[in-house]
Design a protein around this ligand. Structure first.
Ligand SMILES: Nc1ncnc2c1ncn2[C@@H]1O[C@H](COP(=O)(O)OP(=O)(O)OP(=O)(O)O)[C@@H](O)[C@H]1O
Ligand SMILES: [Mg+2]
Length: 449
């Protein structure tokens, strides 16, 4: 529970304020500077209401004088200076010296409660933003994969268990969820760690070239085969081969891959001999291979061979508070890279990070933070720095606005799911490509990578 310290020499004010707030917060009080400092040290209040004068003598500034000491005890404490009208200038000085806000007597309880509430809220956000978040149990063995949510802790456990085995692993997850990062972690924790980790993106290479990319070819195997070529399988011998976007593999190549997984041999294109290899395969997909199997685009037998160990990475929006921790981790990382230290998110930025549904997952978070670090002129990043449009939490939205926002984020999600393939996304959304292109134009949606 939030603890609030009320420092005032007037007993009447102390009890009035206590009464007004004691069912919301735990209230402690102090009448003198010494008492105030002792309470601050022992009880660690999150918010302090501090009377500027703190003594019946006019001209006293005892409250103001202990402000630096209170902030030294806890730099994050939110101090609200309470002042008489004639002390307004002192109140401003206090804010300059690190007080959170000030309030001019006579006290209107409803107003003061709002200020206190804001202070409590801000303090809470700052804690989530900083120390507490990083003190959460980040898995020590995976320093570069941030995840304190229960879902990620499970992922780490599976990775630890399967890494030392020779089993094939199939990693599935939406775009940007960290599939490649996890694949590398598995390799790095296996006894193949000092052997090659070779990756190939099956969706990025034209089908005609993919076969010789994977398996290599002999000289003269086809018109352009002017020399012998060693494929990625052979390059990965004794190590790990990461087959990204495995769902894009043609049926013909699926047969060749199946053969390797069954017999641990390959044949170069145009080759006459079989080559035995010791390669661990890790595959990744951002679409459901089960659906691909049902629609006969993916061989069922290959699916079972690949998914000996199936690891499903949850989307970022299902990882509890991870998003805040990862955001801070990345802010630090890119801050350091760009020689900008002491960067932080302002409270509304944190709120947006928390409430946004991250269709592009960590990749999108990373891109938004990178851009903000480079472009922002200030240390406190705002939602606009992160590329979010300006909205205040209390703002009333029109129906049209709500509809448009929903439409735009729905489209983004469909694109992310389909790896930014517009035809596929259009099919998913039950609309035509032309309409979708118009909408991309309207909402200024561009692929961020
Ligand atoms: N838990 C995490 N903690 C910190 N950084 C992460 C985490 N997960 C992913 N990243 C970072 O996010 C980026 C995207 O991760 P990665 O490339 O592994 O995702 P992916 O699922 O393969 O994405 P895509 O579908 O776009 O290929 C990388 O820069 C990676 O380092
Ligand atoms: Mg990837």
């Amino acid at each position: 529970m939030t603890t609030i310290l009320i420092v005032d020499d007037e007993e009447g004010i102390r009890s009035q304020l206590t009464l007004a707030m004691e069912d919301l917060y735990q209230i402690i009080t102090a009448a003198t500077p010494d008492e105030a400092l002792a309470q601050a040290r022992e009880q660690r209040p999150q918010v302090i209401l501090l009377d500027i004068a703190l003594s019946p003598y006019s001209g006293s500034q005892e409250g103001l004088e202990i402000l630096p000491q209170l902030l030294e005890i806890d730099p994050r404490v939110k101090v609200i200076m309470v002042t008489g009208n004639d002390e307004r200038q002192n109140a401003l000085t206090a804010v300059g010296a690190g007080a959170f806000d000030f309030y001019v007597k006579p006290i209107n309880l409803d107003e003061l409660k709002v200020i206190v509430k804001r202070a409590v809220y801000l303090r809470k956000l700052e804690i989530e933003n900083g120390e507490m978040a990083s003190a959460l149990k980040q898995h020590k063995s995976f320093p570069n994969i941030i995840g304190t949510s229960s879902k990620m802790q499970k992922v780490f456990k599976i990775v630890e268990t399967v890494a030392p085995t020779p089993y094939t692993v199939l990693i599935s997850g939406e775009s940007g969820t960290g599939k490649e990062l996890i694949a590398k972690a598995i390799h790095g924790r296996s006894d193949r760690a000092d052997k090659p980790f070779i990756t190939i993106n099956c969706g990025a290479i034209p089908e005609t070239l993919l076969e010789s990319e994977l398996f290599g070819h002999e000289k003269g195997a086809f018109t352009d085969a002017v020399a012998q070529k060693v494929g990625r399988f052979e390059l990965a011998d004794k190590g790990t081969l990461f087959l990204d976007e495995i769902g894009e593999l043609s049926l013909a190549l699926q047969v060749k891959l199946l053969r390797f997984l069954q017999d641990r041999i390959i044949e170069r294109v145009g080759g006459k001999t079989v080559i035995p290899l010791d390669v661990r395969v890790i595959a990744a997909t951002n679409r459901s291979l089960v659906v691909e199997v049902e629609t006969k685009r993916f061989r069922e037998d290959l699916y079972y061979r690949l998914s000996v160990i199936a690891l499903d990475l949850p989307p970022l929006r299902e990882r509890e508070d991870d998003v805040i921790v990862i955001a801070n981790f990345l802010l630090n990382l890119y801050g350091n890279e760009n020689a900008k230290t002491n960067l932080s998110f302002n409270p509304s930025a944190l709120q947006r990070i928390r409430s946004y549904d991250w269709p592009g997952n960590i990749r999108e978070l990373e891109n938004r933070i990178k851009r903000a670090v480079i472009l922002s002129g200030s240390h406190r990043l705002t939602p606009e720095d992160l590329g979010f449009e300006r909205t205040s939490g209390t703002e009333q939205k029109s129906l049209l606005q709500v509809r448009e926002e929903a439409e735009s984020s729905h489209i983004r999600a469909a694109l992310a799911r389909n790896n930014w393939n517009v035809s596929k996304a259009a099919r998913d959304l039950g609309t035509s490509r032309t309409t979708l292109y118009d909408l991309l134009e309207k909402y200024k949606i561009i692929k961020d990578k």
